[in-house]
Design a protein around this ligand. Structure first.
Ligand SMILES: N[C@@H](CCC(=O)N[C@@H](CSC(=S)NCCc1ccccc1)C(=O)NCC(=O)O)C(=O)O
Length: 207
């Protein structure tokens, strides 16, 4: 049985939630760096359905779109709740994560110097919905068991704590949630790995 393979840039970016899920679930995987840029542009990019990575290779099955990859792994490793309503709640929150991740990506790659102050000022209004959604849970998005969406929400909060270290200070549920996920043994295993420590968050080094 060949190992799962992640094809992406050597950075956290849109693959970190995937890596953390796999490490914590005890699933071994190999990582393929798409660089140098010539290799990305001439070899890997043309292979990608939408011209972008990450790509997950699972035997003869290949999947792009980071959220589709997370949902696939959620189904594969029983990280998608126990009912259609629970699955839908995980989907809803993951879609909310994607909305904020998209805004973060625009800031980082298109408007960092001029846009950071306004982004950080507006951040509480973007985080409050997550605080309201998480304040009554028993630990994670669906209660006591992690879901694929928890790995994405955790990564989203984590990269925002780098951007704005006090951004969770007025959101106690999110602050305790972030710490709770961070302290999970599998998450610690990922975070303490040299591979994680060597990776920037974003391609341009801005964070
Ligand atoms: N909806 C997709 C988006 C994937 C995506 O944006 N991938 C980026 C990498 S992830 C990311 S946050 N990209 C933003 C900026 C960036 C550009 C180039 C290299 C690395 C990062 C990519 O493949 N860029 C290279 C290219 O388009 O030729 C998903 O969720 O997987």
């Amino acid at each position: 049985m060949s190992k799962l393979q992640i094809v992406y840039f050597f950075l956290r970016g849109r693959a970190e939630a995937i890596r953390t899920l796999l490490v914590e679930q005890g699933v071994e995987y190999e990582e393929t760096d798409v660089m140098p840029m010539e290799k990305w542009l001439n070899y890997w990019k043309p292979k990608m359905a939408f011209g972008q990575c990450p790509l997950l290779i699972d035997g003869d099955f290949e999947l792009v779109q980071s959220n589709a990859i997370l949902r696939y792994l959620g189904r594969k490793y029983d990280l998608y709740g126990s009912s259609i309503q629970e699955a839908a709640r995980a989907d809803m929150i993951n879609d909310g994560v994607e909305d904020l991740r998209g805004a973060y990506t625009v800031l980082i790659y298109q408007n960092y110097e001029d846009g950071k102050d306004d982004y950080v000022k507006a951040l509480p209004d973007k985080l409050r919905p997550f605080e309201n959604l998480m304040k009554d849970t028993k630990g994670y998005i669906l209660g006591e068991k992690m879901t694929f969406a928890d790995y994405n929400l955790f990564d989203l909060l984590d990269i925002h704590l780098t951007l704005a270290p006090t951004c969770l200070d007025t959101f106690p549920a999110l602050k305790s949630y972030h710490s709770r996920v961070l302290q999970r043994p599998g998450v610690q295993k990922r975070r303490n790995s040299q591979n994680f420590k060597d990776m920037k968050i974003n391609f341009n080094g801005k964070e």
